[in-house]
Write a protein that binds this ligand. Structure first.
Ligand code: GLU
Length: 309
């Protein structure tokens, strides 16, 4: 099979905490899908948040994945080494007049929502649970914008979602879709029409972090030639934004396979911030890679893996 025809999958963890069982499930699921398809399997370190990501956690993470027996094809890509790629993509969206500087603090955004009289409880939330941005600083007259920029206050670049979606549909010649081979949280599968407006005017870059998850992941999946994105079902909604950005940036569309999540005894998704038990903790207790696979419901031998994950 030539490189051009060979599929490419990836695992893209962030070194901002220790890996837990959910990461093991995601990394192994991706690897098994890749091997079953004769695809290349890449590792990408998503470390754009220099304040929270740490080199020691990255080293540990790479060690944990090797301990699980996962092998990577090609070089590891570290997002922090490629900020120029994301800046160029942002520049392209600026040239299309689809992003605008937003100077609002969190407090100002909440005040603006309170002033609408709707109340924070009834205000729409995005799929991540954050209140949808109320549109402050969108469409400012040029003079006012210039004055604000001269004040040198810090700002974030936000995507003008309504304008961006209209432009993307113009480019695509109609509604935009993505192909889901796995399942979304409500069982979505097959062809999905994007609804990026669920997120409102998303932030694409900030002063302290010159890109965002959405922008970096979209650019990198294209630069790395990823043909099938495998990741947890919690990231299914983000795909609406990624697919929109792909059209606006002229990037190819990978297919998607969102897989199930590993939950704790109370049914909550595992998280680094909630200090879920880490792979290191299991390792320190004397468990081996096959014990981890048993805990997450994967057969020890990849050849036995079949059916929908
Ligand atoms: N870096 C993201 C995370 O650790 C995953 C990104 C993705 O797979 O698209 O949750």
């Amino acid at each position: 099979m030539s490189r051009e025809q060979q599929e490419v999958l990836r695992f893209a963890p962030s070194p901002n905490g220790r890996l837990h069982l959910g990461h093991a499930f995601s990394a192994l699921t991706g690897e098994r899908l890749a091997r079953a398809r004769g695809a290349r399997y890449l590792l990408r370190i998503e470390d754009i948040d220099r304040g929270r990501c740490r080199p020691d956690l990255e080293r540990e993470l790479i060690g944990d994945l090797a301990w699980l027996g996962i092998e990577w094809d090609g070089e590891i890509r570290r997002q922090s080494e490629h900020f120029g790629d994301y800046e160029r993509a942002l520049q392209r969206l600026r040239a299309q007049n689809l992003v605008y500087p937003c100077f609002a603090t969190r407090g100002e955004i909440l005040d603006a929502i309170a002033e609408t009289g709707i109340g924070l409880e009834r205000w729409p939330r995005d799929p991540d649970g954050a209140p949808v941005y109320p549109g402050l600083y969108r469409g400012l007259p040029a003079r006012q914008l210039k004055a604000l920029l001269l004040e040198e206050r810090s700002f974030a670049w936000r995507l003008d979602m309504a304008k961006a979606k209209a432009e993307a549909e113009r480019i695509a010649g109609g509604p935009i879709c993505f192909a889901e081979e796995g399942q979304g949280p409500a069982g979505e599968t097959g062809e999905q029409t994007i609804k990026p407006e669920l997120f409102g005017d998303v932030v694409l870059a900030r002063k302290d972090v010159p890109t965002s998850y959405h922008l970096a992941v979209t650019v990198d999946d294209a630069l790395q030639g990823v043909t099938l994105v495998t990741r947890g079902r919690d990231l299914f909604p983000a795909t609406h934004v990624h697919r929109l950005l792909q059209v606006l940036l002229g990037l190819p569309a990978p297919r998607y396979h969102h897989h199930g999540l590993i939950r704790d005894a109370e049914g909550r998704k595992l998280s680094k911030s909630m200090t879920s038990k880490s792979l290191r903790d299991y390792r320190d207790e004397g468990m081996g890679p096959d014990d981890i696979k048993r805990l997450i419901g994967l057969p020890p031998e990849p050849a036995a893996a079949s059916g929908r994950i």
